[in-house]
Design a protein around this ligand. Structure first.
Ligand code: AMP
Ligand code: FE
Ligand code: FE
Ligand code: ZN
Length: 278
């Protein structure tokens, strides 16, 4: 029992399991530790931490931030954060206001695209104050415009589709700086979302800005890409991390602590290595 999961989402952002339910799931999956990494909020950390302590699973407070890069968005994970840093809290509250404004615009674009949903029909799925596209996707399913969350992204919400609204408000350097201000370390999330040819130069740039690790083990990374990322991590002295990006029911096929068909297995040593980078 040496496995961990360093990437998951709760109802505090766009996951469907409450923070305390994730701790119970971690226990059932036999995890030694897990990190909660909700989008732009630390609101789930306290409840998850208490529940994890109660079942004897080690807990790491985290967050997932979106940064603007040339081609679009990049995600960074921050670890070893707590919900009591005033500067970090204020910055995240600003990001969440930006999320709400973006969802309002998304709803307008959906109406123009012939798939109207009421703003309230989206917000009823938002339990934790950090609205995102998966909440819009659920409203599109509710309204009968699409059959699945995936279809909602493919037809309307993904980058390049008619209701996509670009959002990231910070640069990667600003994200890394914010996490450091909170006493944490930053890891590049799911690099498969970046243009493949640019991954080496992006990683080199982030490493210069204080990045601590790269998410190598990830459900959508094949063996060749994992080898490439592992080599990049070694080259830039970064920790090779991993996680399932579990979101509950909005991402069917992804199991907490295991990924897709067990294709994610992260040993506890990765957490120790990350901790040394603080
Ligand atoms: P947002 O934070 O509002 O930009 O939404 C990002 C979230 O939407 C991600 O964390 C995923 O959960 C989900 N997502 C993004 N792109 C896709 C996609 N193409 N298909 C399915 N889900 C996606
Ligand atoms: Fe998400
Ligand atoms: Fe992400
Ligand atoms: Zn995520």
């Amino acid at each position: 029992m040496d496995r961990i999961d360093l990437h998951c989402h709760s109802t505090a952002s766009d996951g469907t399991d409450a923070p305390d339910a994730l701790a119970a799931l971690a226990k059932r999956a036999g995890l030694r530790a897990f990190a909660l990494t909700d989008h732009d909020t630390l609101a789930g950390l306290d409840a998850a931490k208490r529940a994890a302590e109660a079942v004897g699973v080690e807990f790491v407070g985290g967050v997932e931030l979106s940064a603007w890069v040339r081609h679009g968005e990049m995600h960074l994970l921050g670890y070893f954060l707590e919900d009591d840093h005033p500067g970090v809290r204020a910055a995240l509250a600003g990001l969440r206001r930006g999320r709400l404004a973006r969802i309002e615009r998304t709803v307008e674009l959906l109406a123009a695209a012939g798939a109207p949903v009421a703003l309230d029909a989206v917000l009823r799925h938002v339990a934790g104050g950090s609205p995102g596209r998966p909440h819009v996707a659920r409203a599109l399913v509710d309204a009968g415009h699409v059959a699945t969350i995936q279809e909602a992204f493919d037809r309307y919400l993904a980058s390049g589709r008619p209701a996509y609204v670009p959002r990231a408000e910070m640069t990667a350097g600003e994200c890394i700086g914010l996490v450091r201000k909170g006493g944490g370390v930053s890891v590049l999330a799911h690099p498969f979302t970046l243009p493949r040819a640019e991954v080496p130069s992006i990683v080199a740039d982030l490493a210069r800005r204080g990045l601590a690790g790269i998410e190598v083990e990830y459900p959508k990374h094949d063996a060749a890409f994992r080898r490439e990322l592992g080599a990049l991590a070694a080259e830039h002295d970064l920790v090779a991390t991993g996680g399932s990006d579990y979101h509950g029911a909005v991402k069917p096929g992804i199991e907490f602590g295991k990924g897709a068909d067990g294709n994610v297995a992260v040993p506890y040593r990765v957490l120790e290595d990350l901790r040394e980078r603080r």
